[in-house]
Design a protein around this ligand. Structure first.
Ligand SMILES: [Zn+2]
Length: 105
């Protein structure tokens, strides 16, 4: 899917149509978004567990090839971010479109 780098869109902060810079959101790992989340190893360490060698079967996962969803879908939904050129605020798209590849031209 080819998309323009800038697009004219309504900005809810400026309350009018302005130029927006379009970008695809990068995939983030759970550890980068919630480093101290409930199931995180860092939190467990801070609270006194998850020490020493081995994970005692708590944090290990099966091989990726055993994941149910691995390799099922060839396309991903887009997760576009629109940054207003006037106020520099970023908005997200309401619903993604399935695409194999997103290109900005
Ligand atoms: Zn704006």
């Amino acid at each position: 899917m080819k998309l323009p780098k800038t697009i004219k869109r309504h900005c809810p902060y400026c309350k009018k149509h302005t130029d927006h810079k379009v970008s695809q959101a990068k995939r983030r790992t759970p550890s980068s978004t919630h480093p101290l989340g409930y199931g995180s190893k860092k939190r467990a360490r801070l609270r006194g567990s998850a020490r020493g060698a081995g994970n005692l079967g708590r944090y290990s996962k099966p091989a990726v090839t055993q994941f149910k969803m691995s390799g099922k879908k060839a396309s991903k939904k887009t997760d576009l971010r629109y940054q207003c050129n006037v106020c520099k605020k970023t908005h997200v798209q309401s619903s993604g479109i399935r695409a194999k590849k997103v290109e900005f031209v």
